[in-house]
Design a protein around this ligand. Structure first.
Ligand code: FAD
Length: 393
């Protein structure tokens, strides 16, 4: 019997296992992860859950019974340390090995670390997994935590800023770039969102470099900035991006370049080894050049593509990438890739809490961003196509 081994049981790996079974795959499926908990959703870790014990727990991707019912061998707290491509075996940290016919790498990404002096002080947090979120939640709810500094005005940083300001903390966001969410959204949307967060009490410092962290009793107590100013702080959350977990793939000689390089079927440079989710980088029908996308939608879509290829099924119809974020009382959603556009048109006049922004390249709509207009997302996704120019005006 053939065996498909999946390394990483986040949303990409878990969906790959589920879709293999849906596609009629009859071989053995080994779904391996190094975390202890049942596979869970990461988005709640930076959102409402941070705001107190009465908030809903992060949800499981599937209930335990799903794995049993679908003959998916879910292996938790097992770290894979080596892929032997010649012998078609993986090696675990405890010395055991396992054979594979097909291998899927769904190893995700890790938070980029700060490198300024004092970056290892207590009170400086990162956010990727359940443990990080539990520690941050506890620290934010401590009555001694009054001043919170967020480093990085990306999605995760702004979500934590929203949670902290809701808890009554004084929040300052320090960002190296000139605006928030610069990697994922247009200036029209990020300026709108930034203003709403400012109205809620969040302070922003743009174009700022961190020189060093100051300490009191070995805990972080201040941040010293490049312009000579300093911020007093009781807690720091660093949300400065993520780096793909590619060490296993690199050591196995697979082609990597800011991610594990994949083709349109999510195949790596070894045709029986696939890579999906945050760790994978390849071409995307809705953008030019190679991309590594860190969203739930991307992880799920790539899992479906890899499972189809393994089962010799037709590649699923391409759908535009999408993501969402919850910031204060705003639901921010985007479809398509916010780059390569030459025209931005926003409609903010309908209601002060909503915004719809269209990003066009020539006549073609290539991406759209909405705030508090979830009803528009599907129509906008349908309108974005590389083949059919559709105007949604
Ligand atoms: P991961 O979820 O990182 O899973 C990879 C798993 O592989 C991990 O459990 C890792 O420990 C394990 N692993 C790695 N190496 C090994 C090894 N050698 N052996 C065994 N196991 C290994 N996206 C959105 O679209 N909307 C949101 O609102 C949103 N919010 C987010 C909030 C937070 C706090 C975070 C961290 C992410 C958020 N994202 C959001 C991004 C989204 O969660 C990720 O894109 C998605 O989880 C990626 O899934 P993945 O399976 O590729 O990787």
């Amino acid at each position: 019997m053939n065996t498909t081994v999946i390394i990483g049981n986040g949303v990409a790996g878990t969906n790959a296992a589920a879709t293999l079974r849906m596609n009629g795959y009859e071989g053995a499926i080994k779904l391996i992860g190094d975390e202890v908990s049942l596979p869970y959703q990461r988005p709640p870790l930076s959102k409402a859950w941070l705001q107190g014990p009465d908030r809903p727990q992060p949800t499981l991707i599937r209930p335990l019974s799903f794995y049993e019912d679908n003959r998916i061998d879910l292996m938790r707290a097992r770290k894979v340390v080596k892929i032997d491509r010649n012998k078609r075996r993986i090696h675990f940290a405890d010395g055991k090995t396992m054979k594979f016919n097909t291998l899927i790498l769904a190893t995700g990404a890790s938070p980029r670390r700060l490198n300024a002096k004092g970056a290892n002080l207590k009170g400086i947090h990162y956010l990727r997994d359940l443990g990080d979120s539990a520690r941050l939640r506890q620290a934010l709810s401590d009555p001694g935590c009054r001043d919170v500094a967020i480093i990085g005005a990306g999605v995760i940083g702004l979500e934590v800023a929203s949670a902290a300001v809701n808890l009554g903390r004084t929040v300052t966001v320090v960002e190296a770039a000139a605006r928030a969410m610069a990697r994922v959204a247009s200036p029209a949307t990020t300026n709108f969102v930034t203003q709403k967060l400012k109205d809620a009490g969040v302070q922003f410092l743009f174009n700022q470099k961190i020189e060093r962290f100051g300490a009191a009793e070995r805990r972080v107590s201040s941040i010293h900035l490049g312009d000579g100013s300093q911020i007093k702080t009781d807690l720091v959350l660093a949300g400065i991006g993520a780096t793909p977990n590619i060490a296993l793939a690199e050591a196995a000689g697979l082609e990597c370049d800011n991610g594990i390089c994949v083709d349109q079927d999510m195949r790596t440079s070894d045709s029986e080894i696939f890579a999906i989710g945050d760790c994978a980088r390849g071409e995307n029908e809705f953008a030019s050049g190679k991309l590594r996308i860190e969203t739930i939608h991307n992880a799920t879509t790539q899992a479906q593509i890899a499972a189809a290829a393994i089962c010799n099924k037709e590649r699923p119809t391409p759908v535009p990438p999408r993501f969402w974020s919850d910031l204060k009382d705003m639901k921010v959603q985007a479809v398509g890739i916010s780059s390569g556009y030459d025209l931005v048109r926003s409609n903010a006049s309908q209601h002060p809490s909503t915004l719809e922004t269209h990003l066009k390249c020539g006549e073609r709509l290539i991406a759209a961003e909405i705030v508090n207009l979830p009803i528009r997302q599907s129509a906008l996704a349908r309108a974005i196509s590389p083949r059919i120019p559709v105007d949604t005006q």
